[in-house]
Design a protein around this ligand. Structure first.
Ligand code: FMN
Length: 207
């Protein structure tokens, strides 16, 4: 069974290396990961006053993420932190209070940069938000992809042979297994809970 994955890219740039990395992760597991790129560039800035009558772009974004089994964040680092456009999308999806579309969704966080530290700062800021949002986040492999640039990809945007491709293959497999484990565990817990309710009902009948 293919899991539905919402890909959220923290770059609006047409030639974004992070978008190419996200596509590579999905194409390597396209039999098991049914990925959709969720656009965030059109989302009006989050404003709590609009919660009672949200803009259509917020509604569309919330529906798309809400329908997914898991979320893959792929983002550049801007000034050692999360690009504003991505933080805005996270804020939009997290509200109204108590109705976050991110709640309990398994996620992985990947940051890619031409620089040597691979967006470590942005990666951990996204992770910090995801902890608060109650998302089970893949712990390993950590994905700070450094020295990634246009030369890392061929003319079709596909990742070239080499160590980066090996890293991305490892990530793709680990992410599939992570989403699978969380989804199956949740299913088993739901079944246990249903059995427990049925047993309690039977015990009450025979009391
Ligand atoms: C406003 C801005 C701030 C940046 N700050 C960082 C940074 O803190 N760390 C880093 O590694 N690269 C930084 N960069 C360089 C980006 O990593 C690089 O432009 C990268 O290609 C952007 O990702 P993208 O190709 O997915 O758009 C910055 C770029 C911009 C435009």
């Amino acid at each position: 069974m293919a899991y539905k994955i919402a890909i959220i890219v923290g770059s609006l740039r047409e030639g974004s290396i992070n978008r190419k990395v996200a596509r590579s992760i999905c194409s390597l597991r396209n039999d098991n990961l049914d990925c959709s790129m969720i656009e965030i560039g059109d989302l009006p800035l989050y404003n709590q006053d609009l919660d009672s009558n949200p803009p259509e772009q917020w509604v569309r974004f919330r529906e798309q993420v809400g329908a997914a089994d898991g979320v893959l964040f792929c983002s550049p680092e801007y000034n050692r932190g999360i690009p504003g456009v991505l933080k805005n999308a996270i804020d939009v999806g997290s509200r109204p209070y108590g109705q976050s579309v991110f709640d309990k969704k398994p996620a992985a966080i990947v940051t890619a940069s031409p620089g040597s530290i691979g967006g470590f700062g942005a990666n951990h800021q996204i992770r910090q938000a995801a902890v608060f949002l109650n998302m089970p986040i893949m712990q390993q492999p950590e994905a700070y992809l450094g020295h990634v640039n246009d030369d890392s990809f061929d003319a079709d945007g596909k990742i070239k042979e080499g160590p980066l491709k090996g890293l991305i293959e490892g990530l793709a497999h680990a992410f599939h297994d992570w989403v699978d484990m969380i989804s199956r565990s949740r299913q088993l817990l739901a079944e246990d809970s249903a059995h427990a309710s049925q047993a309690a009902a039977r015990a009450t009948e025979h009391a």
